[in-house]
Ligand binder design. Structure first.
Ligand SMILES: Cc1cc2nc3c(=O)[nH]c(=O)nc-3n(C[C@H](O)[C@H](O)[C@H](O)COP(=O)(O)O)c2cc1C
Length: 134
């Protein structure tokens, strides 16, 4: 069983290298800890799904929560799952646009192995962004 956590948060100071910097840490640390997931950033908000062995998740969540590059973390989901939804990536980091169609096209392949609730969360993230862009 794996613990799978999904949350959204807001970037404190979005800069051009923000996502790449996070990705660099995630590649190194998640790989070593057997954590996997996806991190979407639309220029304002993050949506992350992170999953892995429960004992590795706790300290990583604390580390992420402590990171002052973002704030206002809202837990959307925290469940134990039999199989990973995003097993293929240590952390797939994607900058997404506010265009909902583009976003949903991007998310579709990522959602292939994800369960219904996770899919619904991704879809509503896309909708919120497109409503804001309108
Ligand atoms: C939204 C967000 C998501 C993050 N996700 C991860 C992650 O999946 N793995 C990780 O190691 N660090 C992640 N970080 C970075 C950590 O908070 C922390 O900066 C990093 O683990 C420090 O590692 P380093 O000293 O090796 O660079 C994330 C940060 C933010 C703001």
């Amino acid at each position: 069983m794996f613990r799978q956590v999904t949350y959204i948060s807001t970037a404190r100071q979005p800069g051009p290298s923000l996502l790449a910097d996070i990705e660099r840490s995630a590649m190194r640390r998640n790989g070593a800890l057997d954590l996997t997931g996806v991190l979407l950033f639309d220029g304002v908000r993050f949506l992350q799904v992170i999953e892995g062995p429960a004992e590795a998740m706790e300290p990583m969540l604390a580390r992420i929560a402590d990171d002052d590059r973002h704030f206002g973390m809202v837990m959307l989901r925290d469940v134990m799952v039999e199989a990973r939804g995003f097993g293929g990536w240590a952390m797939l980091c994607k900058r997404v646009s506010e265009d909902q169609h583009g976003l949903l096209d991007l998310l579709r392949p990522l959602m292939r192995d994800a369960d219904r609730t996770t899919r619904a969360l991704f879809e509503s993230f896309a909708e919120i962004r497109s409503a804001k862009a309108a």
